[in-house]
Design a protein around this ligand. Structure first.
Ligand SMILES: [Zn+2]
Length: 466
């Protein structure tokens, strides 16, 4: 039954047969608008931004990239990606997921732990880390599970994962909530030793048993079991108090309700060390979509109401919500093209995130491109403790740089994406913003909007990968 999936995979974008590479590793970007502001040239050489300024000249042989009309941004960093490998290679692999990430403007992704086997040991996180190094499209950072097998019963080997080659700093049972307050408290205390963070999937399990969509007017009309906002908000309220009590770092995954934003605002005003994330789909879509019964709109947490969407946008704009995380969740077609009740939860997001955030936050006047760089790059890199990502576009910094055409528009077609997942809720929508070029550690992974070549597998201890 996997034939369809495999056929679709071969139709997805492949790297250019004739990659375009500078013979001496030097690239001169001409006339880009830095973070949507002043125009400048950028010289990229030996993996670093060598110079930023007017009328730069590169060394002989430097490849010149005309960036007229394009915005230069730091490569995006996703704190919430499901790459599915190991164990669910019928849904996505590190190779396909990171190709999608590069095309979407990312230079780093955090791979969630709900693989099979679960990433709850040093061995599994090192495997994912190695696969990322080998594929070379982006920097892959494994997330470690908080509890063994995501079962919520016993703490996983957090210290061993932190000390492993993968140097895990983000721990999450994402997909499942760490609902036991004692376990949550212990995990928060434990990760302090290595400056880690617990990323909580806030969902009270008893209140959401069998839930299919947001609990509200639409669920009442459709007769589908509802997922109350309070199931998310009550866990967030508890966890910010636990974070205050332990003095630990807490991150809230995919905040989806107006009430959650209020609780996080309250916690931040009190100096509690909490950060929060919103997905692109929760910034754009509402539970009205579910009236179609199309399972492409089935997701956890569920799509909420118009007033929740407005609160999430305001929260992201005013800094209550720190980052955008995609929650990219590819599924094989047979898990989505079925009845609503049987369908898997989740949506793809890597190749549409930039466009959706531009449409909802920038083109609406709520944020600037500099704000965009903060919420999609600097802040997630800081939360994940990825020192080489989310850096300013300045000389001496690692060359993780993307060029974006904000005036271009395109109609979303999941069949033209690099992800194996065809479950994009934005299919058929016309959205603004196209990623033209992506430099990962000074290497052009994407040129003219198409995959070029991955960064060659190099010694992993190079200074711009560390
Ligand atoms: Zn989740």
């Amino acid at each position: 039954m996997n034939t369809a999936t495999h056929t679709a995979t071969t139709a997805a974008p492949a790297p250019a047969a004739q990659p375009t590479l500078s013979p001496n590793g030097a690239y001169l970007i001409r006339g880009a608008s830095l973070l949507g502001k002043e125009r400048a040239d950028l010289l990229i050489q030996d993996g670093l931004i060598a110079a930023v300024g007017q009328d730069l000249t590169g060394p002989e042989g430097a490849l010149v990239i005309d960036a007229d009309g394009l915005i230069a941004l730091p490569g995006m960093v996703d704190l919430h990606t499901h790459l599915r490998e190991p164990g669910r290679e019928d849904a996505e692999t590190v190779e396909t997921g990171t190709r999608a990430a590069a095309l979407g403007g990312f230079t780093s992704v955090h791979a969630m732990a709900n693989s099979n086997p679960v990433a709850d040991t040093a061995g599994v996180v090192e495997q994912v880390y190695s696969l990322g190094l080998k594929s070379g499209w982006v920097d892959v950072r494994p997330v470690g599970a908080v509890t063994v097998g995501l079962k919520g019963e016993r703490m996983a080997e957090l210290g061993a994962m932190a000390d492993s080659r993968a140097r895990v700093r983000v721990f999450s049972d994402d997909g499942m909530c760490v609902h036991d307050p004692i376990l949550m408290r212990r995990a928060l205390e434990y990760v302090k030793a290595f400056d880690g963070v617990i990323a909580q999937h806030a969902q009270e399990p008893r209140m959401t048993d069998g839930a299919q969509m947001h609990e509200g007017d639409v669920s009442a009309v459709l007769g589908l079991p509802g997922w109350p906002a309070v199931a998310e908000e009550s866990i967030i309220a508890r966890d910010v108090l636990l974070a205050q009590h332990t003095g630990s770092r807490l991150h809230i995954c995919h905040v989806s309700t107006a009430g959650s934003v209020e609780i996080i605002r309250w916690a931040k005003e009190r100096g509690i060390n909490v950060t929060a994330e919103v997905t692109p789909h929760h910034l754009l879509l509402t539970d009205e979509s579910v009236r179609s019964y199309d399972p492409v709109y089935k997701v956890n947490p569920p799509l909420r109401t118009e007033s929740d969407v407005e609160a999430l946008r305001r929260g992201l704009a005013d800094g209550t919500i720190d980052i955008v995380g995609t929650d990219h969740a590819p599924h094989p077609s047979e898990h989505k093209e079925c009845e609503w009740a049987q369908a898997a939860m989740g949506m793809t997001g890597l190749e549409t995130a930039l466009s959706v955030v531009q449409a909802t936050m920038i083109d609406t006047g709520l944020m600037t491109w500099a704000d965009f760089a903060r919420v999609t790059s600097a802040a997630p890199a800081e939360i994940g403790r990825v020192a080489t990502q989310g850096r300013p576009l300045e000389p001496g910094e690692p060359a993780n740089v993307i060029l974006v055409d904000p005036a271009a528009r395109r109609t979303v077609d999941p069949h033209k994406m690099a992800t194996m997942g065809r479950n994009s809720p934005f299919a058929g929508l016309e959205l603004p913003g196209v990623v033209r070029t992506n430099f990962f550690a000074g290497h052009p992974t994407v040129l003219d909007g198409v995959l070029n070549t991955p960064r060659p597998a190099a010694a992993e201890e190079t200074p711009w990968i560390g």
